[in-house]
Ligand binder design. Sequence first.
Ligand code: TEU
Length: 609
Amino acid sequence: MTSPQSTALSAPARDWFQRAVVYQIYPRSFADSDGDGIGDLRGIISKLDYLQRLGVDVVWLSPIYTSPQDDNGYDISDYRNVDPLFGTLEDLRELTDGLHARGMKLVMDLVVNHTSDEHPWFMESRSSRDNPKRNWYWWRPPRDAAARSAHRGADAEPNNWGSAFSGPAWEFDQATGEYYLHIFSKKQPDLNWENPEVRAAVYEMMNWWLDRGVDGFRMDVINFISKDTALPDGPVADGKLFGDGTPYYIDGPRMHEFLQEMHREVFAKRPGELLTVGEMPGVTVEEAILYTDPARAEVDMVFQFEHVALDQEDGDKWRPKKLLLTELKQTLGRWQEGLAERGWNSLYWGNHDQARAVSRFGDDGKYRELSAKMLAGILHLHRGTPYVYQGEELGMTNMTFGAISDYRDIEVLNHHREATSHLGHTDAEVLAALAPLNRDNARTPVQWDASRHAGFTTGAPWIAVNPNANHINAAAQMDDPDSVYNFYRKVIALRHAEPVVSHGDFTMLLPDDPHVYAFTRALAGSPGDGANGAEMPDREMLVLEMLVLGNFSGEERNVELKDETWAGAELVLGNYASADHPSDGGAAAAGPLRLRPWELKVLRRSRRA
Ligand code: TEU
């Protein structure tokens, strides 16, 4: 291990986003102000003080643009307007101003791998084969009859790729007798980024948003935009009807060229002010170093997907399997090590596409609150920028969906139809497979109080509210010092206060322990004004260290550390109520560190360098 990072212990972060915490809002499910059962911008405006009190620095807003809502807004038909479902551009201006007035920033969701098929660009492109915008999308003629037998399931599609939402990735357009590519739904045609006109139009739109005070972008499947222009067939796995095209559209040949061009044309206009995060399914650590190395001027960080694939057989979310803590530690530790010198990590347990964190990685039964807090402490004390998904700060859980009619997500509905109609599975089998990891788990309305519909809406909610809102809700937690919400406030405050959290070196410990997650953070430097308040002899070099321990089980665990000197360290954060914590604020239990079920302990010490 290299020597701990050397920096003034109280020095400001190199980049503001490296000390920031981001909160993701999925507007449709956050707060409804007009009683139509769908969350909206004015609902968010009414919760700005809630967000400020939580302590988050940035709000990432999932799409609110004009959209047919085929994929809940990730199918955009007008990038420069707000869908009436969510409000108006004036409401967005008020939201932006409200965030800025509270010292928070706004990051918009940029979906430019594809548009809606109702976007004017696509409407023109499909109007005729010689329309000037024909080449703004991926159009190809049908395969000839001889080639058709080359792959199962499809007909004359130009290749055998399957859509991420079941079925083929191509849709035949009768009017012009050609197919168009759609990696997602057939209402989400892929833009052709090989065309410089497409890129110029996207950059112009991005700058339009920056000119309106937006502070950055979360870029939807941005590592899909460069494709192998030959569009070759992909391998067909057992039990699958279509080929896997991902080797030919993930991290494609011109990715870095396109992102560096985007950086020159857009991000460079606001140096040091923006946060840019690329959502990159399938990205590797090696690629992420290239994407996030500041010297390469591409993006600040990426969302990688390796840790959220560990509980899926062969990466198939409909074949869930038990998560092993050792694999979780191995994956997250590899990402910490890989981006330690160059680049930057994002940190997340969940988002609008993933199951609820406490249900997936914790215990949403007896130890729900304890495990939710432990998960927060483990994630937020890694090196990187943490993301809090709406409701995670309340310990919201997965939902029980009794029938396919209870679901709303196109990914679920399409899979159910394909699995029951073409793959011979029964409805009951598919419902059981859907339950743990479906996206609607995270899309039930935020639970504000114990009133009807959890205070989310006065109307009929677009998707059912989780019945456990009667005891899991914001109102019950705001003034409870031991609530999950107030624990998130503490761990966010720790990041803001302690440079060792934002910039300290990361070292994974106990990699083979099946129940305990353990790591240290270390930062060398001169205390300057005394990061921990101590006035030190001038220029004395110190190493400030943190030990973070989490028990990922319902049984007590003893932690045997080689370095027994930790026994006398100061406990700075724990998730057991203070009454249960005689050592709270004092020295931790001597000898082997004892962890109660789902217990988090964060110890701190400083030593001469
Ligand atoms: O998700 C990209 C993506 O890969 C997801 O399909 C994710 O891997 C999957 O849902 C996990 O089951 C982005 C958006 O976050 C998602 O909401 C959109 O549906 C998708 O792109 C298309 O825009």
